[in-house]
Ligand binder design. Structure first.
Ligand SMILES: *[C@@H]1O[C@H](CO)[C@@H](O)[C@H](O)[C@H]1NC(C)=O
Ligand SMILES: *[C@@H]1O[C@H](CO)[C@@H](O)[C@H](O)[C@H]1NC(C)=O
Length: 194
């Protein structure tokens, strides 16, 4: 008697467990992870690799003030400043004796904090010792985010250019005076308007 009662108890337990598995499996497929939005202000050091051309990028993302700064050190090359404003104007300059500056106007401004919305989830991958969730932003890039900390670990553009995130300081802001493009960026525009 007792053994048959134990037996039916075990059967009930197993049924309950497998039903629970099915329920949790159903929940998992319904709620795929989504990328964390970018913090409105952060500072990151990136190691870039474009088919073997290496760069260190000092990135200051500042959505609050509508600006984004890439300070680019090419390996054994020039230090180059890529200052982007949310009105679509970008200044690309050096601060050395060559005094070069190129101004480019884009249709769109800087990336919005939610620019990864709508990316396709592709599952988890191990990347340089970090377990990451991977998404694809079609026609643009693959984005790898640490599963636990939700910090970006790397992104890889369709062009093959890789960005590896070395530091990620949420809330860090570069002082205002550093965001001033040099005077020689404005010479041409002044000539045109005079
Ligand atoms: C950079 O990428 C190339 C492949 O495009 C690879 O062979 C090389 O090892 C990479 N270098 C570094 C420092 O990651
Ligand atoms: C965009 O903003 C920057 C910074 O204020 C300014 O230098 C630039 O002239 C602006 N561009 C346009 C098209 O208004």
């Amino acid at each position: 008697m007792i053994s048959s009662q134990i037996h039916s108890l075990i059967v009930l337990l197993l049924l309950a467990l497998s039903a629970g598995d099915q329920i949790s499996a159903a929940i998992e497929t319904e709620t795929e992870p989504v990328p964390a939005p970018w913090p409105e202000q952060f500072h990151a050091l990136l190691l870039m690799n474009k088919s073997g051309s290496l760069e260190i990028v000092d990135l200051w993302y500042d959505w609050v003030n509508g600006r984004n700064f890439n300070i680019i050190q090419k390996q054994l090359g020039k230090l180059t400043y890529d200052l982007e404003w949310n009105n679509g104007t970008s200044f690309y300059y050096t601060l050395d004796a060559s005094k070069t500056c190129r101004t480019v106007h884009f249709e769109v401004g800087i990336l919005r904090p939610n620019w990864l919305d709508g990316a396709n989830y592709l599952g988890q991958r191990q990347v340089n010792g970090f377990l990451c969730n991977l998404w694809e932003k079609v026609d643009f890039l693959w984005y790898y985010e640490d599963v636990i900390t939700k910090r970006p670990v790397q992104w890889i553009f369709y062009t093959g250019r890789e960005a590896h995130v070395m530091t990620f300081e949420v809330g860090a802001v570069l002082e205002d005076e550093k965001w001033q493009a040099p005077v020689y960026c404005f010479h041409n525009e002044k000539k045109n308007s005079e």
